[in-house]
Design a protein around this ligand. Structure first.
Ligand SMILES: [Zn+2]
Ligand SMILES: [Zn+2]
Length: 340
């Protein structure tokens, strides 16, 4: 077969189009992946709506890719045909810009983003930079792996770099696609894990995911409750609600840190006295590079962390995307290519 199916967007705010293309050959430094599964992420809207600066069309979205290397381009070292790999948001790094030379590969000035600066995983095949590849453990299915290389690495990597230590209070704000993974990772890392979400109906799920405490932000004072359990070393903000983030700040303990993963349009409200008095901070976190994804996959295999997913065939990408964006998905939506 020399043709493949892709789901592309041809203009900002345009519809998803299922079309056939020639299967591409990998250029130098790249591999071709036979895609098995690709998760849908809220950030795919940057491709769909054209809000990513400089995006060019047509473009195939998708940065929660899991599949098998089926062709290797010239000059690629360390990767071979037949290896199972994942590709996340970070689309590769150059290795020679100033950020890379300082070891900050995530901030590479080359700026490659899967599904945005090059075609992503809503397809039977995709081409990826070798530096974007994470090795998949045998024990994980492609459907399990997809969400872990974006929603997973973002929560896992921020938590493991947060400075929190076992038995510290770590609160996860929000119980959606990222939050339901964040709660699992926090509990498995040995943190006193607090889940914060709206409504008492989410408490059983939060507890099932490993939360030791649950705060219903509708009826309870989030900051007050966090103080009551000792003050949070970390609040991991997975929501995209500036007000909810600001409301949790008062729950930070001494040296506590609010880590922002979700990106609201509004600004946060922060008291300078609170920051200074308790040496508290507000920080953002970028998901991670391919080796961070690989660690996420490995830790998830080891500890049993999995995303809850709803699965759709590739040709129903538009419908699957709508479900994801509606906020009604439980909790990540994954496309598969093996429906033929
Ligand atoms: Zn994503
Ligand atoms: Zn670079």
């Amino acid at each position: 077969m020399s043709r493949m199916r892709v789901v592309q967007v041809t203009q900002a705010d345009g519809p998803f189009e299922l079309v056939e293309r020639e299967i591409p050959q990998p250029a130098a430094g790249r591999v071709r992946i036979k895609v098995e599964a690709c998760g849908i992420c809220h950030s795919d809207s940057l491709t769909k709506e054209g809000t990513y600066p400089g995006i060019q069309y047509p473009r195939v979205p998708g940065h929660e890719v899991a599949g098998i290397i089926d062709a290797v381009g010239p000059g690629v070292v360390g990767w071979t045909e037949g290896q199972r790999v994942g590709v996340g948001w970070h689309g590769g790094y150059c290795g020679h810009c100033e950020a890379c030379r300082r070891g900050d590969f995530f901030a590479c000035q080359w700026g490659q983003v899967t599904g945005i600066t090059y075609d992503g995983g809503y397809a039977d095949y995709m081409i990826a930079h070798a530096s974007a590849l994470a090795l998949l453990p045998e024990e994980l299915s492609a459907i399990e792996a997809g969400p872990l290389v974006c929603a997973g690495v973002t929560t896992f990597n921020s938590l493991r770099n947060s400075g929190a230590r076992p038995n510290d209070v770590v609160a996860v704000l929000g119980l959606g696609g990222r939050g339901h993974l964040g709660v699992q990772f926090a509990a498995k890392m040995g943190f006193k894990t607090v889940a914060i979400a709206r409504g008492s109906d989410k408490e059983p799920l939060a507890r099932q995911l490993g939360a030791h405490h649950y705060i219903d932000s509708h009826t309870q004072d989030v900051a007050g409750e966090l103080v009551r359990v000792g003050g949070a070393k970390v609040v991991l903000a997975t929501v995209t609600n500036a007000q909810a983030m600001s409301a949790a700040l008062g729950g930070l303990g001494i040296n506590g840190k609010l880590i922002v993963l979700g990106a609201p349009h509004e600004s946060l409200e922060v008291s300078a006295f609170m920051l200074i008095g308790g040496r508290r901070s507000v920080a953002g976190w970028y998901s991670g590079t391919s080796i961070d994804s690989q660690d996420t996959l490995s830790f998830s295999t080891l500890s049993g962390v999995r995303a809850m997913t709803e699965v759709y065939p590739l040709e129903r990408a538009a419908e699957a995307y709508e479900l994801m964006m509606s906020g009604k998905a439980r909790f990540r939506v994954v496309l598969t290519t093996d429906s033929r």
